[in-house]
Design a protein around this ligand. Structure first.
Ligand SMILES: [Ca+2]
Ligand SMILES: [Ca+2]
Ligand SMILES: [Ca+2]
Ligand SMILES: [Ca+2]
Length: 416
């Protein structure tokens, strides 16, 4: 908070030729002073101010003291910059990290006395030009009191080349001509190119798709140049393209995926299972996709995919007749004639599904108050909403409502 202190009138102090000092201030004549004190901590503070001088009538030296106690209940945040430090950095990006001693409603920084940039916490200062820079961090607490860090001066002298990592293509054989080029660079760059098969550089602005290429072996390098002219290169990626037949299962998930402590389905109720398949070959393929719980087949569907196309196939597993316990879900893309790679045609879901009493939402083999609480915390939420908890949607119909409560309530107290 901000506080002001007004000196009590001190009529017997002289004015005129004899100077009067208040604190560190030379005022030259009798007056009332106001000035501002910034408190950086909460607590009770006593402000003392002494005025002294010589009486006009007798010439005697006198002192007068004013004081006031101030209860500071909400000082502005104290901000301490940890990085950058007052030193020289060899790259065009520098971490900005700092400490705050209270919750802030707003945080921002001013680089080189420019307009404040709003941030939510530690960040990275990028695109820093070579030379000297200054940084100040500001923060408003929830009562609107603005804190300010000390100013840090630092120097940039970028001699580090950008590190370029190619994520795609991988070192493998592709059957799809539209091969994605995906890569990362670890700093701000002003120029990026790729060179395919040692041919001329092709300028790009980021991830892209490589041009169609002939059957056989290929190689690729990505280059990137930072804003002061240091150029980095990726490792050389060697890969191949050939015409082939190849389908694959990319992923298997369920309507309960992500639930904690694990995925739950009530015995006798349904689970939705999603199998994502892709045609990674060069020709249109017609093939069957099947879904299993353990070794039990519960779904089969025929799909037609063009080269490079993917699709999520949806199946329903009815748990009626299955014993309580853990089940692993899997999806299979049946082999097409001359399948190039059979090893990626079957995939398992990431976690098991636990079949238990309908309404046992935490999977501890009973239906009690803790299960009812789980329904109530997600009550009246629908699939897609952040608060929707698939485990609490006992009948798996996309909404958690009174029907899910009834299923649990009618089995209240049961265990196994
Ligand atoms: Ca650099
Ligand atoms: Ca395959
Ligand atoms: Ca339970
Ligand atoms: Ca429901």
């Amino acid at each position: 908070m901000w506080a002001s202190l007004t000196l009590p009138p001190q009529a017997d102090l002289i004015s005129g030729s004899n100077p009067v000092y208040v604190g560190d201030l030379y005022i030259g004549e009798m007056t009332t002073l106001n000035w501002t004190v910034v408190f950086t901590d909460d607590g009770i503070f006593y402000l003392n101010v002494k005025a002294y001088g010589y009486r006009m009538d007798t010439g005697a030296y006198v002192e007068e003291t004013g004081y006031k106690s101030v209860n500071v209940v909400d000082a502005p945040p104290n901000i301490f910059i940890l990085s950058p430090e007052n030193s020289t950095y060899s790259n065009s990006k520098v971490a900005l990290s700092f400490t705050l001693d209270e919750t802030a409603d707003w945080i921002g920084y001013s680089l080189d006395d420019q307009a404040n940039v709003t941030i939510t916490g530690n960040t990275t200062l990028s695109y820093l030009t070579d030379g000297t820079h200054s940084i100040v961090v500001y923060a408003n607490d929830t009562a609107g009191n603005m804190g300010r860090s000390d100013m840090i001066n630092f120097t940039i002298q970028d001699i580090i080349t950008p590190a370029v990592s190619v994520l795609s293509p991988l070192n493998k054989t592709y059957g799809v001509t539209a091969i994605p080029l995906a890569f990362t660079v670890d700093e701000s760059v002003e120029w990026m190119v790729f060179s395919l098969d040692e041919q001329a550089n092709v300028t790009i602005s980021g991830n892209t798709t490589l041009p169609e290429m002939s059957e056989g072996s290929h190689n690729l390098v990505v280059y990137a140049r930072d804003i002061v002219g240091n150029t980095g290169a990726s490792s050389i990626v060697y890969f191949s393209f050939m015409l082939m037949h190849d389908v694959a299962v990319l992923n298997v998930s369920t309507s309960k995926t992500g639930c904690l402590p694990f995925e739950i389905v009530g015995q006798g109720y349904n689970l939705t299972v999603f199998v994502k398949v892709k045609n990674e070959g060069s020709y249109t393929e017609i093939f069957n996709v099947t879904a299993y719980s353990e070794s039990s087949l519960f779904g089969q569907m025929e799909v037609t995919l063009t080269s490079g196309q993917s699709e999520i196939v949806t199946f329903t597993w009815d748990t009626t007749g299955f014993a309580k316990g853990n089940y692993t879900m899997s999806g299979v893309a049946l082999l097409v004639p001359d399948e190039y790679n059979a090893s990626d045609n079957e995939r398992y879901a990431a976690g098991d599904v636990f079949v238990t009493i309908p309404g046992d939402l935490d999977g501890d083999k009973d239906v009690d108050i803790f299960d009812i609480v789980r329904i109530s915390t997600a009550y009246m939420t629908t699939i897609g909403e952040p608060a929707y908890q698939p485990n609490s949607d006992v009948d798996d119909n996309g909404i958690i409502n009174i029907f899910d409560v009834v299923i649990a309530a009618t089995r209240y107290g049961q265990s196994w």
